[in-house]
Ligand binder design. Structure first.
Ligand code: ADP
Length: 395
């Protein structure tokens, strides 16, 4: 079956058409600047990327352009939309209502809307994608795959904050966690590569991208994860602060004359390694800077790696041991220096690094030595393929 995977944001939309039999992406791309001016990026597998400026006042036009590109005579990858069997949508927040992916019905849309409060920037945009696909491809099944669902197995001791209980009851304030599709996908691959039974294993996944989170997975169920009510908690990220003393907010607001929205903007967009280094949120720039003697760039990388190592250490406690650690996403997959720095704190676990494998580029691989007590892997995440698989399983 061919599955259209849609990740719809407020002014952009990423898509892939995947053949679920071969698990190959037939075409990938994105629409940018929806509601502003509009640009379509379309890349059929094995061919040149095509960028076209097209007026996209709403998501309706954007998705129509995607469908036209997929079916056009010149470089389309399908003859007609009849070939699309289903559409899989990334939905950011499923609250406590959704513990797994579901086929979208009117009731499901209502339930997702009830979670809008928890992700006011993301969920409404995700739903625009759903409604537009329903309109432009009537009768095709749409499936919702939630960023939060994988983490719903966390026990209350992991998801409750030390806050008045009524905030949980009245406003559903608790830890939810994000990147669930990736943690799910990568933990499965890690168990398979390690040759352990997923249902009888202790796995820590470090999803280190621009947004970054860690999860502790025991016997195939998430026990804890570093992001919280929102993706701001946990690791030091590209531009997000991660964990800080909450009192800093009041302190900075007073000193800088900021209101709560101003402080949140600093914590989300001007902090993390970008804020620390005053150079860049991208680890390629930080490495280059650090190698050229930029001390703040080197400090940002140290702070980042130290926080990751501390979280891994705490999750070893949460799991009472660990069999496998997996690094994934942009930094996890591509920054050997960061992996090495993180693992340098974990020698007490009996982890030894295979430097050649760590420094090599390429496919999913073991980067610990064969006698290391814990197996450490680099695994490329593929959230779109995971969404495709779950869509096929449900339709
Ligand atoms: P997201 O999906 O959260 O936007 P990604 O998982 O795509 O993020 O990761 C993007 C980040 O990965 C970049 O900001 C950069 O820091 C890092 N990255 C990508 N390639 C490399 C590389 N070759 N070396 C070091 N870091 C890299």
């Amino acid at each position: 079956m061919k599955v259209l995977v849609i990740n719809c944001g407020s002014s952009s939309l990423k898509y892939q058409l995947i053949d679920s039999d071969t698990e190959e992406a037939l075409a990938t791309g994105l629409c940018e600047r929806i509601g502003i001016d509009g640009r379509l990026v379309y890349q059929p597998a094995g061919a040149e990327k095509e960028k076209t400026d097209l007026a996209m006042p709403t998501h309706n036009e954007a998705i129509q352009f995607v469908l036209d590109a997929l079916t056009n005579d010149k470089n389309g990858v399908i003859k007609s939309l009849d070939e699309v069997g289903a559409i899989g949508h990334r939905i950011v927040h499923g609250g406590e209502k959704f513990t797994k992916s579901v086929v979208i019905t009117d009731d499901v849309i209502k339930a997702i809307e009830e979670c809008n409060d928890l992700a006011p920037l993301h969920n409404p945009a995700n739903l625009i994608g759903v409604r537009t696909c329903q309109k432009l491809m009537p009768g095709k099944p749409n499936v919702a795959v939630f960023d939060t669902a994988f983490h719903q197995t966390m026990p209350a001791k992991a998801y409750m904050y030390g806050l008045p209980y009524e905030y949980y009851e009245k406003y559903a304030v608790r830890r939810y966690g994000f990147h669930g599709t990736s943690h799910d996908f990568v933990s499965h691959v890690a168990a398979e590569m390690a040759g352990v039974d997923y249902k009888n294993s202790k796995i820590i996944v470090a999803h280190l991208g621009n947004g970054a989170s860690i999860s502790a997975v025991k016997n195939g169920e998430c026990q804890d994860t570093s992001m919280g009510l929102t993706p701001l908690e946990g690791l030091v990220m590209g531009t997000r602060s991660g964990d800080i003393d909450p009192s800093i907010m009041e302190f900075i607001a007073g000193k800088e004359g900021l209101d709560i929205a101003g402080v949140m903007n600093v914590l989300n967009k001007k902090s993390g390694v970008q804020g620390l280094s005053q150079l860049s949120s991208d680890f390629r720039d930080l490495e280059e800077g650090a190698n050229a003697g930029n001390e703040k760039a080197a400090l940002a990388m140290d702070v980042f790696a130290y926080r990751v190592a501390k979280y891994i250490g705490s999750y070893v406690a949460a799991l009472n041991g660990v069999d496998v650690i997996a690094f994934t996403a942009g930094i996890g997959e591509n920054a050997p220096a960061i992996r090495e720095k993180v693992l340098s704190y974990l020698g007490y676990l009996g982890i030894t690094l295979n430097a050649d494998e760590n420094n090599r580029r390429g496919e999913d691989r073991l980067i610990s030595t064969t006698d290391s007590k814990v197996k450490v892997f680099v695994i490329s995440t593929n959230e779109e393929l995971a969404i495709c698989r779950q869509t096929v399983a449900l339709v």
